[in-house]
Write a protein that binds this ligand. Structure first.
Ligand code: PMP
Length: 289
């Protein structure tokens, strides 16, 4: 694997950044997880737009244009012969002092790892996945807005620990007001009748690229799609629940806190949306040429 750091490529062994980088010292930086399907970088421009918004929100100046960033992502895929894969794009604040002051960090580090990912075992996509809700609340929007895809994922990691300790692979986090926010690394949807609902990002969720694509696909399928405030009750009593994310794609949830969802198997709508999503991966994206 050849890893991109600030315009140069390094072997896995030699791809290193400083221990004084504030990305490491403070989780000070931003990132994106992007997929490539069928020789194209899926929703590449949307990911780059979100990356730049995340960077702006933390007052981090991205050291290149959006256009150059897209070119760099495509080039990293090409160099690694990726046609289907997973790309991790990271911008750290760069090397600074041992103090917090980000303005002492002069050179952000742009890192692109073009590889692969299998988030959940294949079988879980057929059977659906049980989840729990956890006590770790999602970050308050005015503490660290979950819309910022920052390198500081400890809030999510703490939730994931709770999930794994309870023998499930994913969990649902509430916001500080007690409403559903999102999963530790995915967005959440609940279907009841013809109404498909997902929390608005102001409720403490990342505005997922997959989420947005699925909302559009669901509208094309004739569903009444709404961004809405949800409680655990809405999940417990839903006909179908599923999670969306770049790495996760679309995965059915069949159990929430031991309440069986629907029939306890992936629902018809979830399966239909998965098929529509799979078709979309053939069409959308910036070609890797
Ligand atoms: N929420 C969180 C906390 C995430 O980390 C992610 C991405 N893994 C998502 C939602 C899904 O976002 P996207 O569809 O853009 O990958």
């Amino acid at each position: 694997m050849k890893i991109y750091i600030n315009g140069k490529y390094y072997s896995e062994k030699d791809a290193k950044i400083s221990v004084f980088d504030h990305g490491l010292l403070y989780g000070d930086g931003v990132f994106e997880g992007i997929r490539a399907y069928h020789g194209k970088v899926f929703f590449c421009n949307e990911h780059i737009d979100r990356l730049f918004d995340s960077a702006k929100a933390i007052a981090l100046k991205v050291p290149m244009s959006k256009k150059k960033m897209v070119e760099a992502v495509v080039d990293a895929c090409k160099k690694n012969k990726i046609t289907n894969g997973y790309i991790r794009l990271i911008i750290t604040r760069g090397v600074g002092s041992l103090g917090l002051n980000p303005y002492l960090c002069k050179t952000p580090q742009v890192i692109i790892i073009a590889g692969d990912i299998q988030l959940y075992p294949k079988k879980l996509y057929e059977t659906g996945m049980p989840v729990i809700t956890v006590g770790t609340v999602r970050n308050h929007v005015e503490a660290l807005n979950p819309r910022i895809k920052s390198l500081n994922y400890l809030n999510n990691v703490m939730a994931k620990i709770e999930a794994i300790n309870s023998n499930v692979m994913e969990c649902i986090m509430m916001n500080p007001q007690g409403f559903v926010a999102e999963a530790s690394g995915d967005n959440v949807f609940a279907l009841k009748g013809n109404v498909l609902r997902t929390p608005p990002s102001w409720c403490g969720a990342l505005e997922g690229i997959t989420r947005n694509a699925v909302m559009e696909l669901a509208r094309e399928e004739g569903l009444d799609v709404r961004e809405d405030v949800l409680t655990r009750y809405d999940l417990f009593t839903a006909d179908e629940v599923f999670l969306t994310g770049t790495a996760a794609e679309i995965i059915a949830v069949i159990d929430v806190d031991k309440r069986k969802i629907g029939t306890g198997k992936p629902g018809k709508v979830t399966i239909k949306l998965l098929a529509a999503f799979s078709e979309l991966t053939k069409k959308n994206g910036v070609p890797i040429i």
